[in-house]
Design a protein around this ligand. Structure first.
Ligand SMILES: C[S@@+](CC[C@H](N)C(=O)[O-])C[C@H]1O[C@@H](n2cnc3c(N)ncnc32)[C@H](O)[C@@H]1O
Length: 397
C-alpha cells in the first residue's frame, strides 16, 4: 500500500516555480524534492527537455509518483538531496522545505531546519558538482528563510543569481531565483578544480578551497568590495619568484582573476605557539626559520609589508611544523627592505613578550632592538649571513 500521507500538495510556491520551469527548463533536468511531481511534469512537457530525474527524500513520495505518474521522460529516485544522484544536469529545479522549525509546524515537507535555510545551504554547497557549466538552477524560498543568508550561500559557492519573481502571500514573501555558475567558477572548473568552497575573507582577497586531482588547493580571488588593482597578478609574480627560494605556499596556476596554490594545512603562528604541547625548543626553531626566510626576502630586496603584524600571515604547517609565509599581494621591490626589522618589532610587542614568557622564553628586548638597528644600518647582501641570523635567534633565551 503506497503511503502518500506526506506528499506535498502543490501550493503557491509550486505554481510560481512551475511557470518558470515551463519557461526555462532545458536538456537533462533534475527536480529535487519532487513531492506530487508537479514540477517534473511541467519540465517534461517542455520541448527542449530531454529527460527528467525527479527525486524525493521520502520513499513513500517516490512510490506514490511511480504509481500515479506515467511519463516516459521522467524517472523517479529516492535520494536525500544529491546522495543517490549521478551525472550533471542542464536544469536543476528545487522547491525546498524552507520554513524554520521554530514555527513548530512539524512538517518535513516544509521545514528546512532550525533556521529554515539549512537544506538550501546543503543544496547550494553540493550543487556545483551536479550542474553543467552553462546549466541553471530554478529555486523558490520565502522571506522567512532569510534572503541575505541564501544570497550569502550563493556567493560562497561562486554562483550568481537573477531574481525572477516575488509574490506576497499572507505572512510571507516568496522569491524565485535563477542561479548560475559565475564566470570565475566556470574558469576554475576548466582548470579541473572541483568542490570549490568559501574559506575566508581578507581586505583585498576572498579565499576559497578546492580540489585539484586529489590535492586540496587554495584559490584567491579579488574581493569585489576592494578598490585595490592588480593584487592577484602582483601576488602571483612574487610567489613565483619566492617559491624558488622555498618561501610561500607552492603556486600552481594563476590568471588575472585568481591564483591557486597548495593549501597549507596548519595553524596560524600564535594559535600554534599557544598550544600546550608546543615547547620552547619548537618555538625557537620556528622563529629562526621565519627569520631565515625574511633574510632571504631582504636580500632579494622584496618587502612583504605585513611583518610587523604577521599573526594571520604565517601558518605553521601540520605536516612538518615549518612556518609558511602567506599573502604576498602587497609585496614590492625596495632599496630598503624591512621584513626582518618589522618582525623584530612584532617580537618585542607587549603581548608577544607575555606569550613567550608563558612558554619560558625570554625575549631580550634591548638586544633585539640593538641588533635590528645594526642590521638596518648595514643592510646589504654581504652582511646577510648566518651570524646575523643566529644573533637574532640567540636573543630569545
Ligand atoms: C515544499 S515540497 C515541494 C514539492 C514539489 N516539488 C512542489 O513544488 O510542490 C518539498 C519536498 O522536498 C522533499 N524533501 C525534503 N527534504 C529533502 C531532501 N533532503 N532531499 C530531497 N527531498 C527532500 C519533501 O519530501 C517534499 O516533498
Amino acid at each position: 500500500m503506497v503511503n502518500c500521507k506526506s506528499v506535498y500538495e502543490p501550493r503557491e510556491d509550486s505554481t510560481m516555480l512551475e511557470t518558470w520551469a515551463r519557461k526555462h527548463a532545458f536538456g537533462a533536468v533534475l527536480d529535487i524534492g519532487t513531492g506530487s511531481g508537479i514540477l517534473a511534469i511541467a519540465a517534461a512537457q517542455g520541448r527542449n527537455v530531454k529527460n527528467v530525474v525527479a527525486t524525493d527524500v521520502q520513499k513513500g513520495v517516490v512510490d506514490y509518483c511511480e504509481k500515479c505518474i506515467q511519463n516516459k521522460k521522467i524517472k523517479f529516485l529516492q535520494s536525500d538531496l544529491f546522495q543517490n544522484v549521478r551525472g550533471r544536469f542542464d536544469t536543476i529545479i528545487f522547491n525546498p522545505p524552507y520554513l524554520p522549525q521554530e514555527l513548530k509546524l512539524k512538517d518535513l515537507t516544509i521545514e528546512g531546519g532550525k533556521k529554515g535555510y539549512e537544506i538550501i545551504e546543503r543544496f547550494l554547497n553540493e550543487v556545483n558538482n551536479f550542474l553543467k557549466a552553462d546549466g541553471i538552477i530554478l529555486m523558490v524560498f520565502s522571506s522567512l528563510t532569510k534572503k541575505e543568508k541564501v544570497v550569502g550561500f550563493i556567493a560562497n559557492n561562486l554562483l550568481e543569481f537573477e531574481f525572477l519573481e516575488k509574490q506576497h502571500y499572507f505572512f510571507e514573501d516568496l522569491y524565485v531565483y535563477l542561479v548560475k555558475k559565475s564566470a570565475i567558477l566556470k574558469k576554475l572548473e576548466r582548470y579541473n578544480i572541483k568542490n570549490v568552497k568559501y574559506f575566508s575573507k581578507g581586505k583585498r582577497g576572498l579565499l576559497f578551497t578546492g580540489v585539484c586531482d586529489t590535492k586540496k588547493v587554495a584559490i584567491k580571488i579579488k574581493n569585489p568590495k576592494s578598490n585595490a588593482v592588480g593584487r592577484i597578478e602582483n601576488e602571483a609574480k612574487y610567489l613565483k619568484l619566492l617559491n624558488k627560494n622555498n618561501i610561500g605556499p607552492k603556486l600552481l596556476f594563476f590568471d588575472k582573476d585568481f591564483l591557486i596554490y597548495d593549501f597549507v594545512e596548519g595553524d596560524f603562528i600564535l594559535n600554534f605557539i599557544k598550544k600546550e604541547s608546543i615547547n620552547k625548543k619548537i618555538i625557537k626553531k620556528i622563529i629562526k626559520n621565519v627569520f631565515s626566510q625574511l633574510f632571504v626576502m631582504d636580500g632579494l630586496g622584496i618587502n612583504k609589508e605585513e611583518m610587523s603584524h604577521p599573526p594571520k600571515h604565517i601558518i605553521i604547517s601540520k605536516k612538518n611544523k615549518k612556518p609558511v609565509l602567506i599573502d604576498f599581494e602587497r609585496s614590492h621591490y625596495t632599496l630598503k627592505p624591512s621584513n626582518v626589522t618589522q618582525f623584530c618589532d612584532f617580537l618585542v610587542s607587549g603581548n608577544i613578550l607575555k606569550l613567550f614568557k608563558n612558554k619560558n622564553i625570554e625575549i631580550r628586548k634591548d638586544k633585539i632592538i640593538e641588533l635590528a638597528k645594526i642590521y638596518k644600518n648595514n643592510i646589504n647582501k654581504n652582511n646577510l649571513n648566518i651570524k646575523d641570523l643566529n644573533n637574532i635567534g640567540y636573543s630569545l633565551e
